[in-house]
Design a protein around this ligand. Structure first.
Ligand SMILES: Cc1cc2nc3c(=O)[nH]c(=O)nc-3n(C[C@H](O)[C@H](O)[C@H](O)COP(=O)(O)OP(=O)(O)OC[C@H]3O[C@@H](n4cnc5c(N)ncnc54)[C@H](O)[C@@H]3O)c2cc1C
Ligand code: FES
Length: 280
């Protein structure tokens, strides 16, 4: 594997070193990483990298940290199959390859100066965490910021330490929910679907932008609730997941009709994709 100057190579992985590995849940780990040549990744919130393990292939993983945090970037990885299983065996000091950053990021020019509703479910918090950290580090650039997060149960919540800090922070209004709790769980948020968190919100639909990232089942119902509150589809931003190979618009694995999710997305304004079959 070649260590390249910079991380701009489209096809050739750049070598990265793992600085630390933290358990997020029994199934998810957070990898803090930097290029072995110490060159910044150069990403924006919403972008992803292709993680490359020699002999095991590649997997697209969202960058979970903000570019405003210097000296490293972070990847929250769920053990889903072959490559992510091997990745979960890696330790601090081990190396792997990345290509990227790839994909269209959240359009910060559309978000600056607006009130933000940042809504995520499950693993969707990973790309949104990059944006949340960005907002945390540039507080003057945005209006009010509401974070809505839903998970299956208290144990499966990602980034629990961050959630605690965001709940305590005056900068954010944080609403958390889980589908269910069992006897021994200690959880102070609500129990129920994430859609139930939207009706009680009060916001100005003209000046608000919603960003929604989560499992496929979440989008329709969340969007329906947002639309009931007067938010039009040009003010709703989504990030979509598709199976990917090249990450750079060449192989066609990630298409949504005429769009390449890897290049035209993964971030889309809802009005750009709501009419496309199978998009949501
Ligand atoms: C833009 C983007 C960002 C992503 N960000 C993250 C992230 O931050 N953290 C994270 O843990 N995962 C993320 N994923 C999903 C991740 O890429 C897959 O879980 C991974 O490719 C599985 O690889 P594997 O070799 O471990 O599993 P495999 O052995 O290839 O497959 C395991 C199972 O996962 C399915 N699968 C493979 N790729 C995908 C995919 N892209 N979407 C849904 N199912 C898939 C396979 O069909 C199979 O059923 C992202 C995917 C995309 C497209
Ligand atoms: S992943 Fe190859 S075209 Fe998108």
């Amino acid at each position: 594997m070649t260590a390249l100057p910079g991380h701009n190579a489209l096809y050739l992985p750049t070598e990265c070193e793992i600085l630390s590995v933290t358990d997020l849940t029994p199934a998810e780990k957070l990898f803090r990483v930097r290029g072995t040549d110490r060159t910044p990744l150069g990403h924006l919130p919403g972008q992803f990298v292709q993680v490359s393990l020699l002999g095991w292939g590649e997997a697209p993983i969202s960058v979970a940290s903000s570019p405003t945090r210097d000296g490293y970037f972070e990847l929250g990885v769920r053990r889903a199959g072959t490559l992510t299983g091997v990745m979960h065996e890696l330790k601090a000091g081990d190396t792997f390859g990345i290509r990227g950053p790839f994909g269209r990021p959240f359009d910060l020019s559309q978000l600056r100066g607006r009130d933000l509703l940042l809504i995520s479910g499950g693993c969707g918090l990973a790309p949104l965490r990059s944006l949340i950290q960005y907002c945390e580090d540039r507080p003057d650039e945005f209006g009010t910021i509401s974070i809505l997060y839903g998970a299956k149960n208290p144990q499966s919540r990602l980034f629990k330490e961050d959630l605690t800090l965001w709940e305590a922070s005056a900068r954010f209004a944080c609403s958390l929910t889980v589908d269910s709790v069992s006897g021994g769980d200690c959880f102070s948020g609500s129990v129920g679907l994430i859609t139930a968190l939207i009706p009680p919100l009060t916001f100005d639909p003209e000046n608000t932008r919603a960003v929604v990232v989560g499992p496929p089942a979440m989008y329709r119902s969340v969007i329906e609730e947002l639309e009931k509150k007067g938010l039009s589809s040009d003010r709703i931003i989504v990030s979509l997941e598709r199976q990917m190979r090249c990450g750079v618009g060449k192989c066609g694995h990630c298409t949504i009709e005429h769009l390449y999710c890897c290049q035209d997305g993964p971030v889309f304004r809802l009005d750009e994709i709501e009419h496309l079959r199978g998009a949501l």
